[in-house]
Design a protein around this ligand. Structure first.
Ligand code: ADP
Ligand code: GN1
Ligand code: MG
Length: 435
């Protein structure tokens, strides 16, 4: 078996910063190598790519331990990427951040007295055109930064600041063809996976404000980074395909969940129908408004900066509202295994509605406001279907830390969807109250 010196060097480099992950990473790389058959192994030994990229190229199911530790393993070319960017000084420390499900994110420290940075390897399995993706982000950030500066705010703190490479590009391409980008780290902030009333309110104000800041941005100039991202009808079709194929024979374990999702099919097109008949508009939306995608001040709790701009593209206001509700309007983690603890909270729903409509309401038409409860329900059931489809297909989309995580995530979303059905009239009344 070939010695992957670059990998072991990178793992060794990582040791002082991430002890617990090292054992897992080594298991992961060895496991990928051990699962190659003789022919594949010969080809792999001649290739210049690392084990993860090689497995991807085989288009077959990686071994279970690789899927489980999939979120923890991107050290290849981390240092090369780190020195490619025009940081204030050379990086001295990298720390992995496991908050997001999609990209590989590292905090980079460049020594005392220097700013910190965020270094991210873009998931190009999901974002197919990282160059256009970065052009979107740059356009949006420049627009928002100008507004913040005009209002006397701090554009280095209240919007993401892209750091260029030493050669003046917005991204670095490593020898495997992976795309990396860097942002200025925002200090003295925190992001949360579950909300208190106060923090959820602040997140609502921050997302509402972000929506307003982009209300005059020309939506048609934005590239669609993931086509049909919040098209619940096509998400339902993808889900049905995953069930029909049942690649890993997992569907029998979850008939109840599958039936529940399928029962919602007639409702999937509710908002899209209102877009077609002109009652709702396409505007610039964030499309991933979950609580941990807003950074809050660690002393005051106030919203500082909306992050994770990969999915900023033309979309529907109700979906931005709804995605926040599906994640934050309950007191549990997204993958809580004990469903008795997972309950849709009308109190948190009202708090978010108040903050979001106070900050963004003037940009909405009355008909758009009426669709907000639909946004909540459809985003929740759509996300449940996406998690369940990923579980059925072998967990290749969302990062997981344990085998049943996507199944647990799907179950919480379906429980929350039911909770919304039970509270449907009350949800409408709350919206009316803040309109
Ligand atoms: P993903 O698409 O994988 O969710 P994100 O861009 O949301 O990636 O980043 C993942 C996490 O990294 C965030 O949830 C946040 O905790 C942290 N983070 C990202 N950017 C910054 C920043 N500029 N300052 C501080 N923390 C950040
Ligand atoms: C992903 O990137 P992250 O972790 O903030 C996903 C969202 C899902 C969310 C579920 C590009 O968001 O659509 O709602 O996980 N992002 C993408 O937690 O698919
Ligand atoms: Mg994120």
């Amino acid at each position: 078996m070939r010695k992957n010196s670059h990998i072991y060097r990178a793992v060794a480099h990582f040791v002082p910063f991430c002890h617990s992950a090292v054992g897992k990473k080594t298991v992961f790389y060895q496991s990928l190598e051990n699962h190659l058959d003789t022919n594949e192994s010969a080809r792999y030994n001649k290739s210049i790519v690392g084990p993860r990229t090689y497995w991807r190229s085989l288009k077959k199911q990686p071994p279970a331990e690789a899927r489980i530790f999939g979120g923890n393993m991107s050290v290849k070319y981390l240092e090369e990427a780190g020195i490619a960017f025009d940081f204030a000084a050379e990086p001295v420390k990298y720390e992995r951040c496991d908050a997001g499900h999609i990209n590989d994110t590292y905090f980079v420290s460049c020594g005392d007295g220097n700013p910190g940075y965020i270094l991210q390897r873009v998931n190009t399995g999901i974002f197919k055109d990282p160059i256009k993706l970065m052009a979107n982000i740059k356009g949006v950030c420049t627009h928002v930064a100008a507004k913040i500066a005009a209002e006397g705010g701090d554009p280095d703190r209240e919007v993401r600041k892209i750091i260029q490479t030493k050669s003046g590009d917005d991204y670095y391409v490593d020898p495997d063809g992976c795309y990396w980008r860097a942002y200025l780290e925002i200090r003295d902030v925190v992001s949360y996976n579950t909300a208190t009333n106060e923090l959820f309110y602040e997140s609502a104000v921050a997302f509402g404000k972000f929506f307003n800041q982009l209300a005059d941005y020309p939506a048609e100039t934005l590239y669609e980074t993931i086509p049909n991202f919040h098209n619940s009808v096509s998400r339902m079709n993808d889900f049905k395909k995953a069930v029909a194929e049942d690649k890993l024979g997992r569907a029998c374990e979850m008939q109840k969940e599958i039936e529940f999702a399928l029962s919602l099919e007639p409702e999937c097109s509710y908002i899209l129908d209102r877009l077609k008949d002109g009652r709702c508009r396409l505007c610039v939306t964030h499309n991933d408004t979950k609580l941990n995608n807003v950074l809050l001040d660690n002393k005051t709790g106030e919203g500082v900066c909306v992050i994770d701009l990969d999915t900023v593209m033309p979309g529907l206001a109700a979906n931005d509202f709804g995605d926040s509700i599906r994640f934050g309007a309950n007191h549990c983690a997204e993958d809580e295994a004990d469903l008795t603890k997972v309950n849709f909270s009308m109190e948190l729903f009202e708090i978010y509605t108040k903050g979001f409509l106070q900050a963004a309401g003037k940009s909405f038409t009355p008909l758009e406001k009426q669709t907000l409860p639909w946004g909540a329900k459809l985003m929740t059931m759509e996300c449940g279907m996406r998690f369940l489809a990923d579980y059925l297909e072998g967990d290749h989309y969302f990062h997981i830390n344990y085998e049943q995580q996507n199944l647990n995530r799907a179950r919480t979303q379906f429980k929350l969807t039911s909770g919304m059905e039970e509270n449907w009239d009350a949800m409408q009344k709350v919206i009316e109250k803040y309109c």
